[in-house]
Design a binder for this molecule. Sequence first.
Ligand code: SF4
Length: 92
Amino acid sequence: MTLHIDHDICLKEPNCPAALSCSTQALFYDPSDEKLFFNADRCNGCGLCVQKCAYRALSLFETTADLKAYLKKINEVRNDFQTKLEALLRLK
Ligand code: SF4
């Protein structure tokens, strides 16, 4: 399993409920970097962290290929949105 942490969305709270819910410490807050980290070797794929994150900053994937496909799709959607927004702003 692999976990994607969207650091743009994550509030980077030391007492993150998602990290605190992780029984294996695969997901943890690192005070020196002031953000969450994920250790795939420790993850059992329970999905509890994803359920606990109120901001939907976490996404769990079976394989890194699944994660890469997800990130590619996200980038395509963001680029499409930006292109449409820029075209719309040029009309004004
Ligand atoms: S899926 Fe379960 S074991 Fe893996 S990081 Fe999330 S809470 Fe921890």
